[in-house]
Ligand binder design. Structure first.
Ligand SMILES: [Zn+2]
Ligand SMILES: [Zn+2]
Length: 256
């Protein structure tokens, strides 16, 4: 599987995005969280996703499937999604969690996903939506992709890990995990019931290993990073260099 990080920010965007970094990526001016899987599966279409696709020179005519993790505006902008569907020229399948209401988008098919049910996406890839600990009114789901060889979990937004999701993921031995790291190395923050801090991730990782959710081969990326709660990218990368946690950045591509 190939993953391109189009955006890695929480909702506190840098004002520099409007001027200085209008046409380029910057590790400290992150855009709205979004990734592109295998050139054709887009996860989330938020405030900056169209800009990120343009900057990364993505051929949008290859995009056939869009997943919406939840309805918060940093992940879901209906107007941008409409423009993407039009630009792609494809009858895009848009998948959201069951219960989420989104308006009809001309030229697209909207598919509702029941949590813990597995669906075929394309090219032999299967997907399962998993419940996460996040604002329930935003219909949050983590997304688990499996192509028969590799397993990828996109776990934004959400704090900790819910009981059913934890046991569902047991022994999956993820190839790659993208985990919510909104809160930096801060002790004492009101967001701990919807987002993770680095201390929370450090606590979870060893237990996830014991459960076989991940193993020593799993690559763990931190994303949904709030610049106002984190040190600059260079500093976090250095500080985490021996921890096995990799802070993602806009424009990062990885294959596993
Ligand atoms: Zn968010
Ligand atoms: Zn959210």
């Amino acid at each position: 599987m190939k993953v391109l990080f189009l955006g890695t920010c929480a909702a506190d965007f840098s004002p520099k995005l409007n001027e200085e970094f209008k046409n380029c990526f910057d590790k400290d001016a992150r855009r709205s969280s979004s990734v592109l899987l295998n050139d054709r599966i887009l996860i989330d279409c938020g405030i900056h996703t169209l800009d990120s696709l343009r900057i990364a020179k993505v051929d949008v005519t290859k995009i056939t499937d869009v997943f919406i993790t939840h309805l918060h505006p940093d992940h879901f902008q209906p107007e941008n999604l409409k423009r993407l569907v039009k630009a792609s020229g494809n009858r895009i399948r848009i998948r959201v969690k069951y219960g989420a209401r989104i308006d009809v988008i001309e030229g697209a098919e909207i598919i509702k996903m029941t949590p813990y049910e597995t669906y075929t996406v394309c090219d032999g890839i299967m997907v399962t939506g998993l419940d996460s600990n996040h604002d329930p009114n935003s219909f949050p789901q983590w997304l688990y992709f499996d192509d028969g060889k590799k397993r990828f979990l996109y776990a934004l937004d959400g704090a900790w890990i819910l009981n059913r999701t934890y046991y569902w993921l047991q022994d999956k031995k993820l190839s790659a995990l993208v985990i919510d790291a909104t809160i930096g190395d801060i002790v004492g923050n009101y967001r701990i019931a919807e987002h993770n801090s680095l201390a929370m991730i450090r606590l979870m990782v060893p237990s996830m290993k014991i459960m076989g959710i991940i193993d020593e081969k799993t690559t763990i990326y931190l994303s949904h990073i709030a610049p106002s709660l984190h040190k600059p990218h260079g500093v976090i990368s250095k500080e985490l260099s021996t921890s096995g946690l990799i802070p993602a950045y806009d424009g990062l591509t990885t294959e596993f």
